[in-house]
Design a protein around this ligand. Sequence first.
Ligand SMILES: Nc1ncnc2c1ncn2[C@@H]1O[C@H](COP(=O)(O)OP(=O)(O)O)[C@@H](O)[C@H]1O
Ligand SMILES: [Mg+2]
Length: 207
Amino acid sequence: MKTLAILSQKGGAGKTTLAINLAVAADKATRGKAALIDLDPQASAASWGDSRQADTPPVVSAQASRLGPCLEAAKEAGAKFVIIDTAPHSESTSLAAARAADLVIIPCRAAILDLRAINTTIDLAKLAGTPAAVVLNAVPPRGSITEEAAAAVAGYETTLAPIRITQRAAFVHSLTLGKSIQEYEPTGKGADEIKQLYKWICKQIIM
Ligand SMILES: Nc1ncnc2c1ncn2[C@@H]1O[C@H](COP(=O)(O)OP(=O)(O)O)[C@@H](O)[C@H]1O
Ligand SMILES: [Mg+2]
């Protein structure tokens, strides 16, 4: 079983959006052997799970102190890929998730305050001894901001995922309907970005 933790000490970076969309991508790729664990007390991912019509992937709301047994239960149930969504501003939760993960994904918006804030999250992943990669999220469809942000990330000792996730209304609409972007607009560009990102992640953790 492979485990992916989505971390960012900053709220609104896109943790839940990426966690949900990657969980559905993993669910499709593993034929129903993916699961999503929501460690955020706000439980946005779990509420999304409740609003779904599809039965998979299972979404479990848990406390960080129960992460170990929760992952064990997922493994026993036959899960091949588990994604952990986390809360911002909680170092202990983020650290527990990072320690349990094979890879940490750090979503980051292409904005100066977000870029400055990734340092703490990169440090947390390092402290956990888990490889990490920054994913630029909600980038504008055109303009130089994304390249400037990529250059800024290059200044940190971390990996930058070559796939960027564009700012798209479809990411918002799909979640409102209890869907992922792949289910909402299967042939759209956003669905393709998520598929590519999932593929890239699988390569990093050798699935
Ligand atoms: N790529 C994107 N395109 C459009 N809206 C996005 C995108 N990523 C995130 N959002 C929106 O930004 C807000 C914050 O995202 P969310 O995933 O909840 O962040 P976090 O979990 O890190 O707090 C949500 O309203 C979400 O719909
Ligand atoms: Mg969230």
